[in-house]
Ligand binder design. Structure first.
Ligand code: PLP
Length: 440
């Protein structure tokens, strides 16, 4: 395609001028590989955008979507229903931990976050605690692009252009290169100490004003930061002591990424509300789901009078094609054992860990971190150009036939859960060449 043909699409989260000068065009995908417009096979070490956990082009999912499109293409979900969304909800409730038994559908991770935040407000309001309006997020957290999500998220680029519109404060991030660099699995130091910061924020704002804490169990887009040991449990304890809800944003972590269905199960901490998207449909149809505890749902729904209890929803909530994609995706995860395949102490996660940590000692590498099938390598910032190295390594890897995510001075990996040892060998080879080329 020539430059004129590319002009009309204003691309999201993309340097548009750079892309249009040198497009990276994907035309097909199967299993672990993309096909490009110049007929190259490119290894997908990112599961798309952390979503194609079962690999690309799975026939069971493709057929389910096609069948559903012929049978019931659309159904309004305000005051009407279709059976598949109820079946899917039952299934998700069975998979979820604790009392997360109520499922509310959205079309994306960002919408799941807004929905979860509104649920928290509605819950407190229903209990006569309408002053609880403030949310606590975490530096380097990413919770999507809508106004709630950018307020609780911790990426300053979001604040610069758009501001912060929801009352908020932030925990500090959990990266500690001095004590935890080159951690294999959960970092060992500082978990409880870091979580105790929440007490200071509660003293500052008072629990009577705080609706919820929202965090990703593993920070993803902010740099892949597995929680230091003990951190999540301590956050849960403090929330409980002060009547503050805990929201886990599992948009990346859900559906096998941490070696269990949800990270909440991996880390044995049950939130009050959990957001999901991405892996729910293996990326094959836009869909998110918010799983709410019975106590959240019952407080909102049972205490309301006749009529709509939760004044919220999307035209495409529980879209039939997305429900069909999700049902088929869950079949595949179950049948192919994918929820547990990436367990941190399992063979494939260990193989990735060993391969990546063999890069320690290469010039420019300041950290390598991993948990299950999610990992990052961090580089020394370039003089005068902090945050640019990840993009250079990403471009080089792309040219060598591999897709990575760049996150500032780091690159991140979150491969499809079907990854084999041969793909890991390929990855380590490409990375080593890129790093040597870049840092000399
Ligand atoms: C943890 C988390 N929450 C929310 C989102 C936003 O999801 P979406 O891009 O589907 O709106 C993302 C996207 O990467 C995410 O990683």
């Amino acid at each position: 395609m020539n430059t004129n043909e590319l002009a009309a699409h204003w691309m999201p989260f993309t340097p548009n001028k750079g892309f249009k000068a040198k497009p990276r065009m994907l035309t097909g995908a199967k299993g672990m590989y993309w096909t490009t417009d110049d007929a190259r096979q490119v290894l997908d070490m990112t599961a798309g955008l952390w979503c194609c956990n079962a690999g690309h082009g799975h026939p069971h999912i493709a057929e389910a979507i096609a069948r559903q499109a012929r049978e019931l293409d659309y159904a309004p979900c305000f005051g009407f229903g279709h059976p598949l969304s109820f079946e899917l909800s039952e299934r998700l409730a069975r998979l979820a931990p604790g009392n997360l038994n109520k499922v509310f559908y959205t079309n994306s991770g960002s919408e799941s976050v807004e929905t979860a935040m509104k649920m928290a407000l509605a819950y407190h309001h229903a209990r006569g605690l309408g002053s609880k309006q403030l949310f606590i997020g975490r530096d380097r957290g990413y919770h999507g692009v809508n106004f709630g999500g950018i307020s609780v998220g911790g990426l300053t680029n979001n604040y610069k252009a758009f501001g912060q519109w929801i009352p908020n404060d932030h925990l500090s991030h959990t990266q500690d290169l001095e004590r935890n660099a080159f951690s294999r699995g959960l970092p060992l130091h500082g978990g409880v100490e870091k979580a105790n910061e929440l007490e200071k924020l509660i003293q500052r704002h008072d629990a009577s004003r705080i609706a919820a804490v929202i965090i990703e169990p593993i920070t993803g887009a902010g740099g892949v930061l597995p929680p230091p040991a003990g951190y999540l449990k301590r956050i849960r304890e403090i929330c409980d002591q002060h009547g503050i809800l805990l929201i886990f944003d599992e948009v990346i972590c859900g559906f096998g990424r941490t070696g269990d269905v949800f990270a909440s199960q991996t880390f044995d901490v049950v939130p009050d509300i959990m957001t999901t998207a991405k892996g729910l449909t293996n990326g094959a149809a836009p869909m998110g789901a918010v799983l709410a505890g019975d106590h959240i749902h019952d407080a909102v729904v049972d205490t309301a009078g006749a009529g709509v209890e939760f004044f919220h929803g999307y035209t495409y909530s529980a879209h039939p094609l997305a429900c069909a994609a999700a049902m088929a995706t869950l079949d595949v995860y179950e049948q192919e054992g994918l929820y547990y395949r990436g367990a941190a102490d399992g063979e494939i996660a260990r193989y990735l860990e060993q391969g990546l940590h063999s890069l320690k000692g290469l010039p420019g590498v300041v950290d390598i971190r991993n948990y299950s099938l999610i990992a990052a390598v961090e580089f020394e910032p370039m003089a005068g150009k902090p945050g640019a190295t990840g993009g250079l390594i990403q471009t080089d890897a792309w040219e060598q036939g591999m897709m990575l995510r760049s996150l500032g001075d780091a690159i991140a990996m979150s491969p499809p859960l079907i990854i084999g040892k041969e793909h890991i060998d390929q990855t380590i080879g490409i990375l080593e060449r890129s790093i040597r080329q870049h840092f000399g």
